[in-house]
Structures are given as C-alpha cells and as structure tokens.
Design a binder for this molecule. Structure first.
Ligand SMILES: CC(C)(COP(=O)(O)OP(=O)(O)OC[C@H]1O[C@@H](n2cnc3c(N)ncnc32)[C@H](O)[C@@H]1OP(=O)(O)O)[C@@H](O)C(=O)NCCC(=O)NCCS
Length: 169
C-alpha cells in the first residue's frame, strides 16, 4: 500500500447554524457540532483508507467559543497519523465573521477511527507522509495521544506507554 499525504484525504464542510441546532442561549448545541465533526472526520478516514471506518474513540474535544445562531461554520478534518489499522483525525472548527469575513478558530477535536472489513474486523491502512511543519508536529504527537487513549481505555499498561511516559521524565 502506498503512503498518502494528509492533503489527499482532507475534508472541509461549511454550513450555517439553524434555529433547531441551538440551545436556549441561541448558541450551537454541542451535540450538533459533535455530529458534524464525526461526519466530516469519518469521510477523511474513508478517503485515507478507502475502507469502512468506525469511530473507536473521541480523545479530545474543546468547546472554546460559543457559536451563535446564523453563524457560518467550517469544519476541517485531516489525518495526523495512520497506524496499523487505526488513524487519528484532527478536526479544526472555524467561524466566519459576518461583516469582515475573517475566520476565527472556535473549537477543535481529535477522533480515532479504525478501518474494518464487512465483518467488523480491523484491516491494515496506508501510512501517512506529513508534509507541512504543522502536519509533522501533529504526526509526532499522535503516538503519545494514542498511548494515552489506550491506557485510559484499559487496553495498554501505563508502563508500556514509552513515548507518553517520556513527556514526564
Ligand atoms: C473500534 C474497534 C473496531 C476496535 O476493535 P478491537 O477489538 O479493540 O481491535 P484491536 O484491539 O485490534 O484495535 C484496532 C485498532 O484500534 C486501536 N484502538 C482500539 N481502541 C482504541 C482507543 N480507545 N483509542 C485509540 N485507539 C484504539 C488499536 O490500538 C488498534 O490500532 P492499530 O491497529 O492501528 O495499532 C471495535 O472496538 C468496534 O467495532 N467498536 C465499535 C465502533 C463503533 O461502533 N463506533 C461508533 C460508535 S457509536
């Protein structure tokens, strides 16, 4: 399998916040944003692996800024690193200022997807070749995040998380 670059699978969705997607403060409902992020990230994971993909974990979500009704919201998802059968997808959420058109970062999240066959068994995926400085930084940090996620899920012993432990030494 040939390695691919993050730009080959990057997925971008721009959409409005409508009244039925808001909370009583007239800001976007958190669950609506989670669903948009999951959908866009899963397309990215499918584009990279060209397989069926399932969400294995949501490792990080930060709702840094409220997103008001009527906002134009852009969700961008990129693969930071592909492992054997799993891949980490980083999602950046941007909101466009109505008057200036300038975009500001509202939220981000990190999801892990696993490529599976029709029986749900994990299958190997292509490697990823980071190109830009940001892609290289995200690639390097992804292994530590995978180890943390596995330790928290009880699927890896803390003493085996070598790269994660090195952060604290
Ligand atoms: C995700 C799933 C396929 C993993 O199955 P599994 O039996 O744990 O398989 P494995 O142990 O072989 O793990 C497969 C890969 O997932 C990774 N993985 C599993 N759990 C993980 C977690 N919590 N965090 C990060 N990675 C995880 C493993 O490290 C492995 O990665 P690698 O092959 O790239 O090294 C399985 O748990 C599943 O089908 N879950 C339901 C998915 C789903 O329905 N999602 C929608 C939620 S509504």
């Amino acid at each position: 399998m040939d390695a691919k670059t993050p730009s080959e699978s990057k997925t971008v969705q721009t959409d409005l916040v409508l009244p039925n997607e808001t909370n009583p403060l007239n800001n976007m409902f958190g669950g609506e944003l989670l669903a948009r992020m999951d959908r866009v990230a899963s397309i990215t994971a499918r584009r990279h692996s060209r397989r069926i993909v399932v969400t294995a974990s949501v490792n990080h979500v930060a709702f840094n800024k409220a997103i008001p009704l009527g906002s134009v919201v852009t969700v961008e998802a990129t693969i930071s690193r592909a492992f054997k059968t799993s891949m980490e997808v980083i999602i950046d959420v941007w909101v466009e200022d109505r008057e200036s058109g300038l975009r500001s970062k509202a939220n981000d999240a990190i999801y892990t997807f696993v490529a599976v066959d029709r029986t749900g068994t994990p299958v190997p995926i292509p490697e990823i070749k980071p190109e830009t400085e940001q892609e290289k930084e995200r690639y390097a940090a992804a292994l530590r995040r995978k180890q943390l996620s596995l330790v928290l899920a009880g699927k890896m012993k803390a003493q085996d998380a070598t790269e994660l432990k090195a952060l604290f030494e």
